[in-house]
Design a protein around this ligand. Structure first.
Ligand code: ZN
Length: 245
């Protein structure tokens, strides 16, 4: 018999135990500091070499790449390893689900990845680490090595569209899953919020794990406010047990 599909939608709250602050949320760092927001806004980034220089400096200083997965990321990967079909849809760009052991193809990164760079002209991709090594070596605005075009982080900047392929897959998973767990997301930003509605409309059992209330709490079968690092491993352990009955 096919095991039911579990969808895990994760937001900034799952990574705070790994030392990564909420940058993008409604109350995130970017939104509170207009000057910082410019560094991650496509229009400004493309138009102004000085914005790009500061953007690379910021990436070089903040150590997102050094962060390690925490108990919550590991619990999701363990559920997948146990044989339960799991797909992760994440608003995070930190790559911590994959570092914890989730296969790349089972993680949909709605906002892209801070672990890669992409050329804005020829769309060649490469590791962020290599670009930051060039910044550390003195390049202020490292250009694409293939075509000389402007390089940027492979994250979706403000003013950029989400990848329609990724979004389409996220909708398909939300429709197909039997259990939908939203964890560490305020569910106030699209498309994440809408995906919860899609899952609910298609009959998924909905669980919300978040410190603060969300607009979808009333729709949820279960709302959990305890710290994600302790409660998610417990919850997923139960899911695993139910799957083997
Ligand atoms: Zn290029």
């Amino acid at each position: 018999m096919n095991k039911p599909l579990v969808a895990v939608l994760s937001g900034a709250g799952i990574s705070t135990d790994s030392g990564i602050p909420d940058y993008r949320g409604p109350n995130g760092l970017w939104r509170r500091d207009p000057e910082a927001e410019k560094l991650v806004t496509y229009e400004y980034y493309m138009a102004d070499p000085e914005i790009r220089r500061r953007s690379w400096q910021m990436r070089s200083k903040n150590r997102t790449l050094m962060a390690e997965p925490n108990a919550a990321h590991r619990a999701v990967a363990e559920l997948e390893r146990s044989g339960t079909p799991v797909r992760v849809i994440t608003q995070n760009v930190d790559g911590l689900h994959q570092l914890a052991g989730m296969p790349d193809r089972k993680v949909l990164e709605l906002h892209g990845s801070a672990r890669s760079v992409v050329c804005t002209r020829c769309h060649a991709r490469g590791p962020m680490e290599d670009a930051l090594a060039r910044v550390d070596a003195g390049e202020e605005d490292p250009a694409c090595l293939a075509c000389g075009g402007i390089l940027k982080s492979a994250t979706v900047m403000f003013g950029e569209r989400l990848d329609p392929l990724v979004l389409g897959q996220a909708v398909a998973i939300s429709k197909a899953c039997t259990l939908f767990i939203a964890v560490g997301s305020s569910l106030q930003v699209q498309p994440a919020a809408g995906l919860v509605g899609v899952a609910a409309d298609h009959g998924a059992h909905l669980i919300v794990v978040n410190a603060e209330p969300t607009p979808y709490d009333e729709l949820a079968h279960e709302v959990i406010r305890e710290p994600i690092g302790t409660v998610l491993p417990e919850l997923l352990h139960t899911v695993r047990g139910a799957g083997t009955d």
